[in-house]
Design a protein around this ligand. Structure first.
Ligand code: TA6
Length: 299
């Protein structure tokens, strides 16, 4: 839908403005009494979320991010679907699936009160997606912006053959300095260390702190995760729903330099804690069935 048509359709929503911004991509700007947020319709991508009175954005966005049709946005909450990471069957397919590269449909905006704005966006299979992944699906996301940020991703199999997905809400969090951050809540969880190319799980000992590239997939863990930031003097909590995997990632120095949509010092002010179902937590969805995964982010 064209920007003008979206603006017309949602002109009575007092907490929302829709405009074409960077790269001429359509953005939804939300401001209510409890928070402000920005969502790009490409990828249904939450880019910014800042509770009222909080000095710093909760989410991290890279100043070098692409803003181009069909290119992933670096930061915020990329929706990784229907696969996480490289596609094991075909290397030429986009990393983290195609949902973050496609324009979603803005189906509805609800404003239950002046403290809450609820967006519903959806994505269906089309010629582009079926060339990459030959299945029929209906993907829905609900984004609730208020004193907390709640995101729920609902995957529906609208075809006649079952499919297997891995999925992640690949959240980038805004921190003061990676040297002053500890990630808590994964103590004694089993994880796969991707930096070391490990192929067996080991047990996490204590809180996670960072002094090198960190890229680990924690499995069978549903508990809340806390990002304790003593620089910004705040703790960001991620409460997960129907998510059995958590990925924690910081690219550190060398990898930051290798990524064109990162700056060399990007690693200092971001950490990814991702709500996911990956590896052995992959989800099989039968025809006509659906599955949902979600999270609530709050201070
Ligand atoms: O979630 C961590 C990870 O899988 C890393 O290995 C790194 O590739 C990161 O995702 C970013 O992926 P992207 O395709 O967005 O550059």
């Amino acid at each position: 839908m064209k920007i003008e048509d979206l603006q017309e359709k949602f002109k009575n929503c007092t907490s929302v403005k829709i405009s074409a911004d960077a790269g001429d991509l359509p953005f939804i700007h939300v401001k209510n009494k409890s928070a402000s947020a920005q969502i790009c319709i490409q990828g249904a991508h939450v880019m910014h979320y800042q509770p009222e009175g909080e000095k710093k954005d909760i989410l991290w966005m890279c100043c070098n991010s692409y803003f181009e049709k069909g290119k992933p946005i670096r930061g915020g909450i990329p929706v990784c679907w229907p696969w996480f990471g490289p596609n094991m069957d075909a290397e030429n397919l986009p990393a983290h699936g195609f949902a973050r590269l496609m324009f979603w449909t803005l189906d509805s905006i609800q404003e239950p009160d002046e403290n809450c704005t609820i967006l519903h966006l959806s994505l269906n299979d089309n010629d582009f997606s079926r060339k990459l992944w030959n299945y029929s699906f209906h993907l829905e996301i609900e984004i609730q912006i208020g004193k907390t940020l709640a995101v729920q991703l609902i995957s529906k199999n609208t075809g006649d053959k079952s499919f297997l997905i891995t999925e992640a809400l690949h959240s980038y969090f805004n921190i003061g300095n990676i040297a002053n951050v500890a990630v808590k809540g994964l103590e004694s969880a089993l994880y796969l260390n991707k930096v070391e190319g490990a192929n067996s799980m080991i047990k996490q000992k204590g809180a996670i702190t960072f002094n090198a590239e960190f890229d680990s997939v924690f499995s069978q863990c549903k508990q809340p995760i806390h990002i304790v930031d003593t620089f910004f003097n705040r703790t960001i909590t991620v409460e997960k729903k129907n998510s059995n995997s958590t990925i924690v990632w910081n690219p550190w120095i060398a990898k930051s330099k290798r990524m064109p949509d990162f700056t060399p010092d990007s690693y200092l002010t971001m950490v990814c804690v991702e709500t996911a179902n990956v590896l052995s937590d992959a989800i099989k969805i039968e025809p006509g069935k659906e599955q949902s995964m979600g999270m609530i982010i709050h201070l």
